[in-house]
Design a protein around this ligand. Structure first.
Ligand code: GDP
Length: 634
């Protein structure tokens, strides 16, 4: 699932546009409605033309509330960058852009809104020229500019299409199997207790999971999950998630905390990072400066230790060690922002490189800097896994090429990752084929589990929608999951091996799914079966059966083998069918051949049933026909 975040100067029309796009005014604080100003984060969602549902985080544009903006903007997949056509590029337009760039938000769309206020086409040209200039060299450099009016609701279709395109080539969300939910809101619902919301990353949360609230380490249990106000049993990476946690009170959790499974993450008081100081920072950055750290939804006071240099000039990049007053949860690769506490100013940001360094580094030790540089590139295993995780699944040789590993290192790394279960061979071709140049399809354990879960959810939904159907057609499940035949077959084989699903002919079902009839259906079935029992060899026709119990129930009886349909309108009960087979076999063993008339007389039935049954036996390869007689096939 994907989330986009708004960004842009105050009063440029962000909230109006979000409301025009989604039809909902993102729920707001009372104070905001009274002051008619966005102070904190707002949330909404919409469905893209291709049916994908996305979340939207609406952020405040006023400079006084930029820190609230930072709590929401981490973890978004794309930006909806809003610029009012009458004012053009303004100070917070630039500051928000710098932040999107530091966070490396990959792409987005510029909405040039309030277009209804502009009559002079030349003016629009000028504003767009300015925008292009501002975007140059940033993550939004190639973002399209779409002219819209939130008030008049014009240009919205083009905007949605552009957002959809911006999201479409994004790799699947990372799933390392260690879910993290950075908490951006906390509230209580009477009768339910504490609810937190955030954008889930790195794994799934399930109803009933035990969770830990970090950094405090308080434990609770998930009592309810919602995505976009819909109840769910499972929340998937990238989704806006509301979690109702039992066992904790509302004052035990706050914005900036992280919800995770116990022991998956360890708070840290110190981490190593790459820092880029913004080119328009007011002054060089010195060692030991006190800063405000923003990472995930967390805000923390920190002291910055500058490594290898005495000061960092605006526009320069360097190594730092940050010492935070309150422990934080960060992992390698997390993007962060630093601000000066007062006067408030965004200084720069970058990526976390080592979340748990051994201790305080000597500031000018050459080996520390060399090690950090190597660590920034990652271990071969990390590099290969990251490449695979970014692709979802892919041929192994492509991933080795993308990781830029030499063949011997690649060979060893593949073996290590496969042995430890982190790299999955989708078609189970075996370790021998897992060599650097192999076409074997591979994925990560996390992605594989996520696909498996999606398949199980589809099956569950299918069983709920069609309780009388024994299973879901394989092809239907495959197209729901949008998988190629190779991946889908691998997935079903895995689920079968785990005994999570069963296959029966062209159908797949959850292992524990049974067709359940209502008591009324049971009665009609009993009535029908009594008719079969009374006349096993001249039973009711298919049409009569369907009229008696309904088409769904009839199909369920055929699926589970209670009834055996042998021709378009001829059906027998299982026991009738079995004794017909036994009888015909016996006759053939006694006399070598049988005719339709002999069978008819033996079972005292009519020609119509006998012919259908014998043709069925021919089709099944039990008998062969030779003129008027049939004999057993050798
Ligand atoms: P935000 O601070 O960026 O969220 O801006 P708002 O959505 O609150 O809009 C600020 C002001 O601009 C409000 O008075 C809106 O009614 C007005 N506004 C927003 N969008 C449009 C638009 O497309 N056309 C016109 N004429 N006014 C707009």
């Amino acid at each position: 699932m994907r989330v986009i975040g708004t960004a842009g100067h105050v009063d440029h029309g962000k909230s109006t546009l979000v409301e025009a796009l989604t039809g909902t005014h993102p729920d707001r604080l009372k104070e905001e409605r009274e002051r008619e100003m966005t102070i904190d984060l707002g949330f909404a969602w919409m469905t893209l033309p291709d049916g994908e549902e996305i979340g939207i985080i609406d952020v405040p544009g006023h400079r006084d509330f930029i820190e609230n903006m930072l709590a929401g903007i981490a973890g978004i997949d794309a930006a909806l960058f809003v610029i009012a056509a009458d004012e053009g590029v303004m100070p917070q337009t630039r500051e928000h852009l710098a932040i999107l760039d530091l966070l490396q938000v990959q792409g987005g769309v510029v909405a040039l809104t309030k277009i209804d206020l502009i009559e002079d086409p030349e003016w629009i040209g000028l504003v767009e020229g300015d925008i292009h200039q501002a975007l140059q060299g940033t993550v939004l450099e190639s973002a399209p500019i779409v002219r819209v009016s939130g008030r008049r609701k014009t240009g919205l279709q083009e905007l949605t299409a552009a957002l959809s395109a911006a999201l479409s080539d994004r790799p699947p969300k990372l799933n390392t199997g260690k879910p993290r939910l950075p908490v951006d809101r906390v509230f209580t619902i009477s009768g339910f207790g504490t609810v937190v919301t955030g954008t889930l990353s790195d794994g799934v949360l399930r109803l009933g999971d035990e969770v830990e609230i970090l950094p405090q380490g308080v434990r609770g249990r998930i009592r309810g999950l919602q995505t976009h106000k819909r109840k769910e049993d499972v929340a998937i990476p990238g989704s806006r998630t509301a979690v109702n946690i039992s066992g904790i009170t509302v004052d035990q959790v706050q914005r900036g905390d992280v919800i995770a499974h116990p022991k998956d993450y360890h708070p840290t008081g110190r981490f190593d990072a790459r820092l880029r100081l913004l080119a328009d920072a007011q002054a060089p950055l010195r060692h030991n400066t006190q800063v405000k750290l923003f990472v995930g939804a967390t805000e923390a006071v920190a002291r910055l230790r500058l490594l290898g240099v005495d000061e960092l000039k605006p526009g320069e990049t360097g190594w730092i060690q940050l010492e935070v007053v309150q422990p934080v949860i960060v992992v390698r690769g997390d993007r962060y922002i630093l601000r000066r506490p007062s006067p408030g100013e965004t200084l720069g940001g970058g990526a976390v490189i080592d979340p748990h360094p051994k201790g305080r580094h000597k500031r000018f030790a050459a080996e520390t800097l060399t090690r950090l540089e190597a660590f920034e590139r990652g271990t071969p295993a990390e590099i290969l896994l990251q490449a695979i995780a970014a692709a979802g699944y892919a041929p192994l040789k492509d991933m080795v090429a993308r990781s830029n590993l030499d063949p011997e290192t690649a060979r060893q790394t593949i073996r290590e990752l496969h042995d430890s279960g982190q790299l999955v061979d989708i078609e189970s071709k075996g370790p021998a084929i897992l060599i650097p140049g192999s076409d074997a399809l591979v994925t990560t354990a996390g992605y594989w589990d996520q696909l498996a879960m999606k398949a199980l959810i589809e099956l569950r939904d299918f069983h709920q929608a069609y309780p009388l159907k024994m299973g879901m057609p394989r092809e239907e499940l495959k197209s729901k999951l949008k998988l190629s035949t190779r991946v889908f077959t691998g997935l079903v084989n895995k689920l079968r091996a785990e005994q999570a699903v069963w296959e029966s002919g062209p159908l797949v079902k959850l292992a524990d799914h049974e067709v359940q009839f209502t008591s009324q259906q049971v009665q009609t079935v009993e009535r029908l079966m009594a008719r079969f029992k009374a006349n096993p060899y001249s039973p009711p026709t298919v049409k009569e059966c369907q009229a008696e119990v309904g088409e769904d129930v009839y199909q369920a009886l055929a699926d589970n083998g209670t009834l055996v349909q042998v021709a378009s309108d001829v059906v027998f009960s299982r026991s009738g069918y079995d004794s017909l087979i036994r009888g015909v076999r016996q006759m053939m063993e006694e006399g070598t051949t049988v005719t339709a008339a002999q069978v008819r007389d033996r079972f005292n039935t009519s020609r119509r049933y006998v012919l259908a049954f014998l043709e069925h036996l021919d089709e099944q390869g039990v008998t062969v026909r030779d003129g008027d007689v049939r004999r057993l096939r050798k």
